[in-house]
Design a protein around this ligand. Structure first.
Ligand code: A3P
Length: 291
């Protein structure tokens, strides 16, 4: 099957066809936003399930204290990849969603600036590396023979999520229209506790020190990898399907791109990055040892 069949091109943006909820897409603009809704927005492979886990631990005491056995993805569902066909209008507040939507497709109600958006971004060489492996792991995506082919595909925007540059730049350049906080994957990785506190401040959630520690503990890579509620293993196995051995929680680090990019690929990418991102002052961290 070629990539065009697996991708649904809708209003200028590529979705993964088999898991996206068409009814939601067609009514996105009017999707009713509540003032206390929270959205995690990401380009794919930038730390979505990690942030779903962090926010569900912040918001839902039963999750934090492990007194109920509910999947993180059910507590913080995807708006457009609503694979369980949940009726979101019946969900109690506060509702926490995740989404890969570009700024111009999100529900209009988010522009009331009351509902909050946490935008997570990651250095794009690690996004590419993660996405390359993910494409060869999940059944619903087109696999790719080698990194070079995948880099081309990514730079052409021929993947679910379309062009990374458009996503990040679009959200950054239109940030004034929304109540939005930008957080990088790398700052979460380097100092998870500070990132959790920053998120709590933005979300207006006052957690005790013990509760912050409980959030951090349950959101580390190691603990999420062994927690089937948090690591998507059930959903991947039963609902999405996989085509090779692997794990959604693959490496969870900064700079794995160095093990996969050639020097020439890296230099070419840097040139494009510098040209396209020159007006965007977001800080990108490419190496685990970088400050
Ligand atoms: P890698 O493939 O580089 O390991 P998304 O949820 O947006 O699809 O992002 C998936 C990436 O986030 C994967 O990256 C995954 O390992 C990483 N990730 C998930 N939870 C993490 C955690 N607790 N700490 C660090 N990385 C995490």
């Amino acid at each position: 099957m070629d990539s065009d069949e697996r991708l649904l091109h809708f209003k200028g943006f590529n979705f993964e066809r088999s898991t996206v909820d068409i009814d939601i897409l067609e009514n996105l603009e009017d999707f009713d936003i509540r003032d206390d809704d929270v959205f995690i927005i990401t380009y794919p492979k930038s730390g979505t399930i990690w942030t779903q886990q962090i926010l569900s631990l912040i918001y839902f005491e039963t999750h934090r204290k492990q007194t109920e056995n509910v999947e993180t993805a059910d507590l913080v569902p995807s708006l457009e990849y609503n694979i369980r066909k949940v009726d979101f209008t019946k969900r109690p507040s506060p509702r926490v969603f995740c989404s890969h939507l570009p700024y111009y497709l999100v529900p209009n109600g988010l522009k009331n600036k009351k509902a909050k958006i946490v935008y997570i971004y990651r250095n794009p060489k690690d996004v590419i590396t993660s996405y390359f492996h993910f494409s060869n792991f999940v059944a619903v995506l087109e696999g790719c023979e080698n990194m070079d082919m995948f880099i081309h595909k990514f730079l052409d925007g021929k993947v679910a999520g379309s062009l990374w540059f458009d996503h990040v730049k679009g959200w950054y350049e239109h940030r004034h229209k929304f109540n939005i906080l930008f957080v990088s994957y790398e700052e979460m990785k380097k100092d998870l506790k500070s990132a959790v506190q920053k998120l709590c401040n933005f979300l207006g959630k006052e957690l005790s020190d013990d509760d912050v520690d409980a959030v951090v503990r349950q959101a580390t890579f190691k603990n999420m990898k062994s927690d089937s509620r948090a690591n998507l293993s059930n959903i991947l196995k039963k609902e999405v399907g996989t085509k090779s051995d692997g794990h959604f929680m693959r490496k969870g680090t900064i700079g794995d791109w160095k093990n996969h990019f050639t020097v020439a690929q890296s230099e070419r990418f840097d040139m494009i990055f510098q040209r396209k991102m020159k007006d965007i002052p977001l800080k990108f961290i490419w190496d685990i040892n970088e400050e």
